[in-house]
Write a protein that binds this ligand. Structure first.
Ligand code: SAM
Length: 279
C-alpha cells in the first residue's frame, strides 16, 4: 500500500541496529525525504537496510531556517520522515516545533514507535513503573542542578534522567544530597557491547562512579521515596516538646504532621496535651 502524505516521527535504534521495526524501515524506504539530526549517523542505518531515500539535516542549528520549506513540502502532499541520531525524536531531541507546526497546518503526523533510552532503562531497572517522571538532562551548573533535584525530591514517583558520562558522578552526588538514600540504577550503553545496569543506593553509586569514571551513554533511574515508618507516639511527643519551645501549638502541630507523617488533627491534640504538661 502506498505511503500516505504526512510527517512520520520514526524511532531508530539506541545502539544495536537490529532494534528497528519493519514499519520504520518500510516507511524510510518509501518516504520522499528523511530529516536527520545528523545525516552521517542516519547513513549507517540506511546502509544496513538498503534505504536510498534522500536525506537532509534537521537539527537545533538549522531548524528555524529549514522549517518553512519542510512545512511547504508537507502541505504539498509529500511524505517526510523525521529521525534523530538514536531513539525517539523529540525526546531530548529536535522536532517539537516541526510536529507542532505541521499539526497546526492540518498535516497528518504519524508516530512510528520504537526504541527510547528512557523506556529501555526503566523497563530493566527494577524500579516501580506504575508512576514515573522523565526529567531529561539535569542542569550542568551546580546551583541550578541542586535546585532541580530538590524540586524533584517532593515527587512521589520513579524519576528518570539522562546524563553524560563526564557529569555522572557529580550528578549522582547531588541526587544523593537532595533525594537521600534511595535505590537507583545507572543504565549504561544499553543494547551495545558494553551494556551495564548497576543498581545500588544513590550515595554508593556516586562513590563508585567518582572512583571509576564511566564511559558511554547513560540513563539514571531513581526509585520513589520510601514511605516513612509510622511515627511512634513517643516520637511525636518528643518532637512537639522541642517545637513548642519555639512556636505556637498550631505551628508545632503542623510541623510535626509534616515531619512525621501523622494526621494534622492527631498532631494538634497531642500538641495541646504536651503544652499543658510543660506550662
Ligand atoms: N531521543 C533519544 C531517546 O529516545 O532515548 C534520546 C536522545 S538524548 C540527546 C541522548 C541521551 O539518551 C544520552 O546522552 C543518554 O543519556 C541517553 N541514551 C541514548 N542512548 C543510550 C544508550 N544506548 N544507553 C543509555 N543511555 C542512552
Amino acid at each position: 500500500m502506498a505511503l500516505e502524505p504526512g510527517l512520520y516521527v520514526a524511532a531508530t535504534p539506541i545502539g544495536n541496529l537490529k532494534d528497528v521495526t519493519f514499519r520504520v524501515i518500510e516507511t524510510l524506504k518509501e518516504a520522499d525525504l528523511i530529516l536527520c539530526e545528523d545525516t552521517r549517523q542516519t547513513a549507517k542505518l540506511c546502509a544496513a537496510y538498503g534505504i536510498k531515500t534522500p536525506r537532509a539535516p534537521y537539527h537545533e542549528h538549522n531548524a528555524e531556517k529549514a522549517r518553512p520549506a519542510i512545512l511547504a513540502r508537507l502541505e504539498n502532499g509529500e511524505r517526510v520522515c523525521l529521525v534523530s541520531d538514536a531513539g525517539t525524536p523529540l525526546i531530548s531531541d529536535p522536532g517539537y516545533k516541526l510536529v507542532r507546526e505541521a499539526r497546526d497546518r492540518g498535516v497528518r503526523v504519524t508516530p512510528l514507535p520504537g526504541a527510547s533510552a528512557l523506556i529501555a532503562a526503566l523497563s530493566a531497572s527494577g524500579a516501580p513503573t506504575d508512576r514515573f517522571l522523565f526529567l531529561g538532562f539535569p542542569p550542568a551548573k551546580a546551583g541550578a542542578r541542586r535546585a532541580f533535584f530538590e524540586a524533584a525530591a517532593r515527587i512521589e514517583a520513579t524519576l528518570v534522567f539522562y546524563e553524560s558520562a563526564a557529569r555522572l558522578a557529580e550528578s549522582l552526588a547531588a541526587m544523593a544530597q537532595a533525594l537521600g538514600d534511595r535505590r537507583a540504577a545507572v543504565a549504561r550503553e544499553l543494547t551495545k557491547l558494553h551494556e551495564e545496569i548497576a543498581e545500588d543506593r544513590l550515595p554508593a553509586l556516586a562513590a563508585r562512579y567518582a572512583e571509576t569514571p564511566p564511559k558511554g551513554e547513560i540513563v539514571v533511574v531513581v526509585h520513589p521515596p520510601e514511605p516513612a515508618a509510622p511515627a511512634e507516639a513517643g516520637d511525636v511527643e518528643a518532637f512537639l516538646r522541642r517545637a513548642l519551645g519555639e512556636m505556637s501549638v498550631k505551628d508545632a502541630a503542623a510541623a510535626a504532621a509534616d515531619a512525621l507523617g501523622v494526621a494534622r488533627k492527631e498532631a494538634y491534640a497531642a500538641a495541646l496535651k504536651v503544652k499543658e504538661e510543660i506550662s
